[in-house]
Design a protein around this ligand. Sequence first.
Ligand code: SF4
Length: 440
Amino acid sequence: MAVRKIKTVYDVVCPFCGTLCDDLEVDVVDNKITEVRNGCQIGTKKFFASNPSEHRYKTPLIKVNGSFKEASWDEALDKAADILVKAKRPLLYGFSSTECEAQSKGVELAEILGAILDNTASVCHGPTILAEQDVGVPTSTLGEYKNRADLVIFWGCNPVHAHPRHLSRYSEFVRGYFRKDGRNDRFIVVIDPRNTHTAQIADLFIQVNPSEDYGLLNAIRAILRGVELDEKEVAGVSMENIKELADKVKSCNFGVIFFGMGLTQSLAHHRNIDAAICLTRELNDHTKFLITPMRGHYNVTGANQVFTWITGYPFSIDFSRGYPRYNPGEFSSVELLLKDQVDASLMVSTDPASNFPAASVKNMFKHPLIAIEPHETPTSVNADIILPPAYAGIECEGTAYRMDSIPLRLRKVKDAPNGLLTDREILERLIEKVKEKKGE
Ligand code: SF4
């Protein structure tokens, strides 16, 4: 019996969430992933999803009379370029689950087309970026938090489910250089309207009323300044609890606030983050305190970085006048689709049909839709053209930015089936086709 050769790749970066764990070990046999060590459940699943299956696209597909037919790369790219060149206001969206090199090609394509260019920050941490542009941000790296933080606040986020290894690598159980006793050396606070699984392992859980975080943040700021508030409670939290929290944050040696979409997407949006950043800054009058967003998609931070290097703006960019303009709200994908102001879409490694408002998805499906997507999603099954890529970070190398803006090199662990192109190669070939059609 022939012995099958196992190839083990070490120090693999997980291309799933913004924690970008870089210690995975992946076994590959006959170009199939057979074992993933150190990854959490959701990250591991992504590696196995890259193995050939009935859900994974093998060739480009074009929809003809309502059903998909296989096409050559040239045919599919030609048709995709045709759609984009003919569109008056095309939208290029997604880019948060691919490598930086592909993101930069997306910017180039948007500029040539005079398109709208957006990434998933416009529906997650866009308000974080707006707030940072308003008031700056005192922040640091996950490594610093691991080694130094003795007080950790999770505000409006639930890492037990969304970033499972964040807790064991950086923020809760892990031993740090100055936190030798791991969990016993840290006081964990969770502030959330829901009693989440993260809240259940906290030392202090503060249940805030939904969408009233802004009031709570400012109440803490007022108490820190010595103001006596003439209220029994703020945002559903008793004054006693707010004072207890204010004492805790003032008296720690090194504190950090990790915040998620519970803060960015509740009513006050970027004003919440403004207030959270100002609270963090003011806490530095008493001790050391920093703040970091819990970014979701593994390279959404990279999308903001790359778009900013090239255009000056991180998301929601309009190239229709030949130069980049930035106006979140006006040039954000959801708002444009709701107003039916987009007449063709190119979705890059994203599935807006699963999370955009139904009315905007309905409008997106009314017009030609191209999906660069490796497997079946509610968006891809409704597309007119599917261009299936290799999985970035599994089947090709590239760069990705962790949630604390640290760039890491993604590793390739196996080849893509059928010689599928990478996201970057697909976008490069699309650019060539578009230039040909525009006579450039
Ligand atoms: S925590 Fe995130 S990056 Fe780490 S293994 Fe899990 S999904 Fe991957």
